[in-house]
Design a protein around this ligand. Structure first.
Ligand code: TDX
Length: 377
């Protein structure tokens, strides 16, 4: 039986990680209580070095309700500003909180940035993952040298490790890896190191590869929050190439429910694909986002449509991603709860309502980065 009591979450101040912490504490951002089914009773230690994409504002409510805002004896949430590559600090954290589970979200995740500067991706995604695995292997060693079996290291990964699909076909768990960007190659490398720690040392691991996530708290360099905030601000809507690339979209908390299910019931040493079964050509998705955002902001669809700007394509732009998620459905009984219609509308409304959250990012250090790197848009 896995303990699942003292959970180390890496990258908890990022998009998927902050949603995961909300989900685990029964504080889902989805309306209608759809997702408050985690039944988690333990403690969370959030390790995040707060890069440009980490944002403690996304966790202010959690800090108040479960962290420093409550009496020490009732405290269930702890934040540690630490880089996952910093081995002595990671060793200290394992010991101090007696970590029994790692759920590893921390990663450099933006493909465009990996093309402009791959080094941070190799450091964080490859060496950071290695450091965590190696500290876990040492900390979870029993006196006889074997590893405990009530512990787990779960690694979050991406469908991009499988490469790019043509018009047909789906990525399955046994699809050979074929990463094509510095980002996806760094994630593929980390997946291999995780598997190597299972096969070589018997470290109890599980791994998941998911499609494009959408929902609250996503950094506005990614397609959906970028387009929603640009529509709001009357800015151009940059579409790469012809806009005919296809992505499969999943609501972030459907992904996180899958991760929690794997952490609870997944078979040690196994990997699981998680998908939305919801493919959209970028340009078609943009039309849909324009329709919803215009309706919410009182803008005219025709006016917003005129701001669509076709820009230079991303180098090596993968054509299509699509996941076959039969394994997690049939073996673990996972199913999605959010429909795309509802989820997309809720997401549009969330970014418009939480304008302070997004404005703080858009007016912070990210502004200079955009001016430097996206000046031609
Ligand atoms: O301005 C844009 N214009 C545009 O046409 C941006 C930011 C993106 N795009 C296109 C590129 C992609 O085809 O939209 C699609 C989605 O782009 P991103 O949001 O950058 O995501 P993607 O490259 O598909 O990768 C995402 O999903 C898999 C995440 O960023 C990864 O971390 C995850 O692993």
């Amino acid at each position: 039986m896995r303990k699942l009591q003292n959970i180390l979450i890496t990258g908890g101040a990022g998009f998927i990680g902050s949603n995961f912490i909300h989900y685990l504490f029964g504080q889902s951002s989805a309306e209608g209580n759809l997702f408050n089914d985690a039944n988690f009773t333990g403690k969370i230690v959030n390790v995040d070095c707060l890069t440009y994409a980490g944002n403690l504002e996304s966790l202010a409510d959690i800090e108040a309700k479960f962290g420093s805002g409550v009496a020490e004896a009732d405290r269930r949430y702890f934040f540690e500003k630490v880089d996952i590559c910093d081995r002595p600090q990671i060793e200290r954290i394992f010991k101090q909180y007696d970590i029994d589970t790692v759920i590893h979200f921390a990663a450099e995740s933006h493909v465009d940035r990996s093309i402009l500067g791959p080094e941070a991706f190799m450091k964080t995604n490859v060496m950071g993952t290695f450091t965590l695995l190696d500290v876990a292997r040492n900390y979870w060693k029993k006196e006889d040298g074997s590893l405990r079996d009530d512990v787990l290291f779960h690694h979050i990964s991406t469908d991009e490790v499988y490469g790019s699909l043509g018009e047909t076909g789906y990525f399955r768990e046994d699809t050979p890896y074929d990463p094509r960007s510095p980002y996806s190659s760094s994630k593929a490398s980390s997946d291999h190191v995780v598997m190597a720690y299972f096969h070589t040392y018997g470290l109890p691991i599980t791994l998941s590869n998911c499609t494009n996530n959408y929902g609250p708290y996503q950094f506005p360099e990614k397609l959906l929050p970028l387009m929603i905030s640009n529509i709001r601000d009357g800015k151009n809507l940059p579409v790469y190439g012809k806009g005919d690339n296809i992505r499969d979209w999943i609501y972030v908390e459907d992904h996180n429910r899958a991760v929690w299910l794997i952490v609870n019931k997944g078979v040690t040493g196994e990997k699981y694909n998680i998908g939305g079964e919801n493919e959209w050509q970028n340009i078609k998705l943009l039309h849909k986002v324009i329709e919803l955002t215009a309706a919410q902001t009182g803008k005219k669809v025709e006016d917003v449509e005129k701001t669509i700007t076709y820009v230079k394509d991303r180098p090596g732009h993968d054509k299509r991603y699509a996941i076959d998620c039969t394994k997690i459905k049939t073996q673990l009984g996972w199913e999605r709860k959010m429909t795309f219609e509802e989820g997309l509308l809720e997401t549009v409304k969330w970014y418009l309502k939480n304008s302070e959250w997004i404005n703080n990012i858009l007016n912070g250090s990210y502004k200079q980065w955009v001016e430097k790197n996206y000046a031609n848009r």
